[in-house]
Design a protein around this ligand. Structure first.
Ligand SMILES: N[C@@H](CCC(=O)N[C@@H](CS)C(=O)NCC(=O)O)C(=O)O
Length: 211
């Protein structure tokens, strides 16, 4: 049975999608339209009962959660993970930080209904989420200020996860001027855009490459 990645264009599954493409092993993709509610279809809930992307299916075995998928790909393809223990710990730190901070702050912007039953509070929750994203993005910019890849001057599965949040920053929910506010992170995104795997995935998902 083939390996299949369930993804939605521009969603957080972008990071796992790029990492899989980088790995170079054959895989298939199944595209979901989140706006149309594909993630809540009985067919998809049979794959991922949480109704979220990404989901990776290998020979009937299912793995969800971006950070778990990224680490799984890195275990199978160790060139995409740092070599020494402290660098490996820093890579784990990046993945955990972005999953628990950047992603959650952004969810407050896009999905305030998850955090309150009071519709009148939606705008305030979104606005505070955008502020928090700005703070987190500034911290990310500082961490990237030495240039190069995220960890130890070596490309790793942390890098596509960083690119995902960069694309969310430029997107319609945040509308951050990424080159102006976050030049080092933008240099990282532009370096990512040179990679054939990133070009292939952006084309497949219908996304504009960082320019
Ligand atoms: N903790 C999960 C979160 C996955 C997640 O929230 N995915 C979003 C897209 S970025 C989704 O599928 N949303 C569909 C929905 O909320 O209905 C991960 O990091 O992989």
């Amino acid at each position: 049975m083939p390996t299949t990645l369930y993804y939605a264009p521009g969603a957080c599954s972008l990071a796992s999608h790029i990492a899989l493409e980088e790995a170079g092993a054959p895989f298939e993709t199944a595209r979901l339209n989140l706006m149309a509610g594909d993630q809540r279809s009985p067919e998809y809930l049979a794959v991922n009962e949480r109704g979220r992307v990404p989901a990776l299916v290998e020979d009937g075995w299912v793995l969800t959660e971006n950070t778990a998928i990224l680490r799984h790909i890195a275990r199978l393809h160790p060139t995409f993970w740092p070599e020494i223990p402290r660098d490996q710990a820093i890579a784990d730190e990046w993945l955990t930080w972005m999953a628990t901070s950047h992603h959650i702050a952004y969810a407050h912007v896009r999905r305030p209904e998850r955090y309150t039953a009071d519709e009148e509070a939606y705008l305030a929750i979104s606005a505070k989420g955008a502020d928090t994203c700005g703070d987190l993005f500034t911290m990310t910019e500082v961490k990237l200020s030495n240039g190069g890849w995220a960890v130890a001057d070596r490309y790793s599965v942390v890098d596509p996860y960083l690119l995902l949040f960069w694309t969310w920053g430029r997107g319609p929910a945040l509308k951050f001027d990424m080159p102006d506010r976050f030049p080092h992170w933008t240099a990282h995104a532009r370096a990512m855009a040179q990679r054939p795997a990133v070009q292939a995935v952006f084309a497949r998902e219908g996304l504009e490459l960082p320019a």
